[in-house]
Design a protein around this ligand. Structure first.
Ligand SMILES: [Zn+2]
Length: 391
């Protein structure tokens, strides 16, 4: 790790250690079965997060015997995540299984190639019920995970077509993340799409914002359709936030989206992805992976605070936190014969620099969440639970 990165890491580290205690620790503590109907659905995806990532981040933030992370909700299940053509899934097939309720091949985005046969995604179902919709990520908004909820394309290598579909076909109300270059381009992607989809979005009524201040202004002004593109490609990694002055954090984007979406009397569907956990695991960078897990967990804290602010929200909001797959098989291999303390980075071991198979955890609370517990269900089961909860 370069010196300046190390310095930035230590500053961020200090920030986390000084930060407020986790809100809503232990999640849903009501002890009674929640009602079946979800007015709001918040689907949070820590991309590429394996269970040892949670352990390492919790030790770093809270110590060996400290409180749980925000994401560690009370209702726990786990899922089988193979794709239609591979034991090892990619993000496209895994997110498509959730979003559209069927197994897809790796790289497909809720689209069975070559026929194009597909069903509406959960986000589209929500939209047709009159709910507002949103997608947030800290990588490109056209990446596979958000794409599965807001587009249908034969391959994830069609980011420009995904951008076009977001704003002119699906009409996702709030889009916040990176990937600005995919909205204005002169070269076609694998679907043959290119062009000025930013102007197209503005013509469709979107407020376009490019930094934190503009986002705040649009939200305060009561805009209901916001396209926030805060970087040409990915947003900054937490260990090296060179654009911290301008780029909103995942938690800030989450808070902004909730302020917009909560106004809809019909409720909303919001997907929030912590995408850089996956990318840190691909790089086998333990410090970056811990910080990205905590950045995601901070966004979970923002969601839990929002839910807690109004008793009805807890009754009416289905919150799901689900990794799509493990990346690189991170394991904690030390320290031996000593106990790490709060602020310590555990000793890392890795089996790969690619996706590996294990059953990802599903944490949840709210209407329908009891159906997300028990022995490993298929990842398509989550689609059915969310769809039925929105009935
Ligand atoms: Zn993934």
């Amino acid at each position: 790790m370069k010196t300046f990165q190390k310095r930035a890491f230590l500053i961020v580290l200090a920030g986390f250690l000084l930060s407020f205690q986790a809100p809503g620790a232990f999640g849903d503590d009501s002890g009674t079965a929640p009602p079946r109907k979800a007015r709001n659905v918040i689907f949070m995806v820590p991309d590429g997060l394996g269970q040892a990532n949670v352990t390492a981040a919790r030790i770093f933030k809270n110590g060996l015997d400290g409180p749980p992370l925000n994401m560690e909700l009370r209702t726990i299940g786990y899922q089988r995540n193979h794709s239609a053509d591979s034991m090892i899934t990619d993000s496209a097939a895994a997110a498509s299984a959730w979003a559209c309720g069927e197994k897809f091949r790796n790289r497909e985005i809720c689209f069975h190639a070559p026929s194009g046969r597909h069903k509406d995604s959960l986000l589209e179902i929500a939209g047709k019920k009159g709910k507002s919709t949103g997608l947030i990520t800290n990588s490109e908004i056209t990446d596979a995970t958000p794409a599965a909820f807001g587009a249908h394309v034969p391959t994830r290598k069609c980011p420009k077509e995904i951008a076009r579909q977001y704003v002119s076909v699906t009409g996702v109300d709030v889009l916040l993340g990176g990937g600005g270059s995919k909205f204005q381009s002169e070269l076609p992607d694998q679907c043959g799409a290119y062009g000025d989809f930013l102007s197209l979005a503005i013509s469709k009524g979107y407020a376009h914002v490019a930094d934190r201040a503009e986002l705040e202004k649009a939200v305060s002004a009561g805009k209901t359709k916001i396209l926030g593109l805060f970087a040409d490609s990915d947003l900054d990694f937490a260990v090296d936030r060179q654009h911290a002055e301008f780029e909103p954090s995942l938690s800030e984007m989450t808070a902004s989206a909730l302020r917009v979406l909560q106004k809809d009397p019909d409720g909303f569907f919001l997907m929030i992805e912590g995408s850089l956990i996956d990318k840190s695991n691909h790089k086998r960078d333990v410090q970056s992976q811990i910080m990205e897990t905590l950045i995601f967990d901070e966004a979970v804290g923002t969601v839990l605070e929002w839910i807690k602010a109004d008793p009805i929200r807890k009754e009416e909001t289905l919150l799901i936190i689900s990794p799509d797959h493990d990346t690189s098989g991170f394991a904690i291999i030390g320290p031996y014969k000593t106990l790490p303390r709060k602020g310590n980075v555990v000793v890392d071991g890795w089996v790969s620099d690619r996706h590996v198979a294990s059953d990802p955890m599903v944490w949840s609370q709210g209407p329908g969440s009891l159906d997300l517990s028990g022995p490993a269900f298929d990842n398509t089961h989550i689609y059915k639970v969310v769809r039925d909860a929105m009935q």
